[in-house]
Design a protein around this ligand. Sequence first.
Ligand code: ZN
Length: 414
Amino acid sequence: MKINWTKKGRGLHKRTMALATILASALLTINPALAGSISQIEANGSQITISFDDLVEGASTFSLVGPDRIAIDVQGGKAGHGGYANGIVKAVRQGQYDPNTARIVFDLDRPAVITDGSFSDDGKSLKLRLQSVGQNQIAIGRLSFLPPVKFRAEPPKNIYSVKVPLGKPLDSVRLPKIYGPNDLSRPLVVIDAGHGGHDPGAISPHGNAREKNVTLAIARAIRDRLVAGGRVRVALTRDSDEFLVLEERYGIARRLDADLFMSIHADAAGNEAASGATVYTLSEVASDREAAKLAARENKANIINGINLGGATHDVSSILIDLTQRETMNVSADFAKLLHRESSRQMTFRKIPHRYASFVVLKAPDTPSVLFETGYLTNKDDVEFLNSRQGRTKVAAGVASAIESHFARKLAMR
Ligand code: ZN
């Protein structure tokens, strides 16, 4: 079969995503203005009531599927705790999405949408109507609600605002060299060697192997294998012992308009017997406690001596995921399965080979991304394998085969 390796027809989607991200960062301002705290949430059958202790600017709702959820962003709102759920709504969670926005998430028992709603006359409560629908009737897009003008909080004035970078790619980081065919229509893959510089990552008790060196050697092996295949273009976020914050890593992929991002790691465990590889993709909720703990560890790469070099305030236990990331997350999960299928002939995986957690490095809203924990540096056999030329060649062969199948499949589906 002859495959034409092009990637036309995806520009518009990317541009929409980029705009959404710019808008999100523009909203991120710290302001001393008063904000209404969420004092009560009641989800009772088909009605949701949210009460505030002071005025807010407005609210907007949107749906999320797989699992079914409804999210409500309250502008000029401060998050409180919990809420009462009964009926279609199974559970209520809330958190501060950014300094000016509280986000409430309703976990649903079955698919449902918000059909209408309104603020009370004094602006201190919002009533929403919830209706269950079929799976394919879930609307994409936001519904917005504003309190009466007299009782509407003013949006923060720019004069008092301080800009907080929203984990934006720092443009100061130079873009890496792109290897492979000199043909812009070929898919571009960005391979990220985890850790680097003053951040060694995990250190092996067997021969002192450092994760930052192991990951770089594997990343180079994958690059060389992909270049030899001649089907895709490839770039490395780092090709030396250099430190990059997590946002710079996926930022490079975004600025290069990459089609796939893969971050390479090698884990450590208290139990020396733990061995094998795992592929992780992004999710708001971790698939298990171990995945949550790993994400928290990997996300700490940004925090050195207590200073958050990433600039943004990431709650590592729960990263709220934007609606625009949904499609990207599905593609990432499909690729994760393919990576396991293709690589399991070359290397050992753990019993549950694909897990989910909230990794900062996978947060690019428009680039399908996976984090590949290639094995355990605390396990003797794994270190030997990952730290050898033969081992790296095998890892690279599996990864390259998965990447090539992924793009061939995407082209076939068009
Ligand atoms: Zn790591």
